[in-house]
Design a protein. Structure first.
Length: 263
């Protein structure tokens, strides 16, 4: 795992977008794992701008989202399918047939989870997985005590997650679905590279625990310590409780991989 600290939320989001763009340019048939949440909106704004201004080409790219609420239709403004169409898919030249999210309306949820896993495998696996982190420490909707080898399945949301996501439901926690389909921690760990973005002071505590604390199913983001290629990108506010910041800053300032991204 490596941690890259950027001065602001916008700089952190731009770096994530530039890393995705570099992968896509080098490998136009990229299988890209995508995430939702407020943190990702700026990343998608930057990617859309790169498509408009620099011709960043998504036409051969395939995407798999981490999760979807159970019970919400794709045209429900609170569904993650709607979020993705609005923030990214409708703004770039991606083929909608190559964009995948779990079907939150599936009659047979177990079969839908198995179908999603099979589809990821049939596409050759996720090359690059984008991830946010919930305040419960979740990645996707892998809530505390999710098995660290779990695959795509349905999961009950914690009250903390329901409260965290209530602002997207008009501030009313009773409108937030109680369950979701999510890629498992094991599914995520199978991806070729993980890029985690966390910004703002509300994430500082959970970032420090996930990155520098012990690996535990109580904080599923901590399982990313097992991944061979996981980069955590944070702004100063989200880095505030990390202990190893001198080393992390040294990496960004000195490692050749980051040269093209330094100001
Ligand atoms: C939801 C998603 C997560 C995301 C989290 C963070 O719970 N299922 O994948 O990481 O939101 O959201 P935000 O970026 O709004 O803090």
């Amino acid at each position: 795992m490596e941690v890259i600290i950027q001065p602001t939320e916008d700089a952190a989001s731009l770096l994530v977008a530039r890393l995705i763009a570099r992968e896509l340019r080098g490998h136009p048939q990229l299988v890209l794992g995508l995430a939702t949440g407020r943190t990702m909106e700026r990343v998608y704004d930057h990617l859309s701008a790169m498509h408009q201004d620099e011709g960043l080409d998504f036409s051969l790219c395939t995407t798999f989202n981490l999760d979807e609420y159970i019970g919400l239709a794709p045209d429900d403004p609170q569904s993650y399918r709607f979020y993705m169409n609005h923030h990214l898919f409708g703004r770039v030249n991606i083929d909608p047939r190559n964009t995948h999210l779990p079907d939150g309306l599936a009659k047979d949820i177990k079969a839908e989870c198995a179908r999603y896993e099979d589809l990821i495998r049939d596409c050759g696996g996720v090359d690059l997985q984008l991830l946010g982190i919930g305040r419960s420490g979740h990645i996707g909707f892998n809530e505390p005590l999710s098995a660290l080898r779990s695959r795509t399945r349905d999961k009950a949301l914690t009250p903390e997650t329901i409260a965290q996501n209530a602002p997207m439901f008009g501030g009313d926690p009773t409108r937030v679905p109680r369950r979701a389909i999510t890629m498992g921690v094991g599914t995520i760990l199978d991806s070729g590279r993980c890029l985690v973005l966390a910004t703002g002071p509300a994430k500082a505590d959970i970032v420090a625990r996930a990155v520098e604390g012990p690996i535990t199913s109580s904080i599923t983001a901590s399982a990313l310590q097992l991944h061979e290629r996981c980069t955590v990108i944070v702004d100063e506010a989200a880095a505030a409780q990390l202990k190893g910041t001198d080393y992390y800053r040294w990496i960004f300032a000195n490692e050749p991989e980051w040269e093209e991204f330094r100001p």
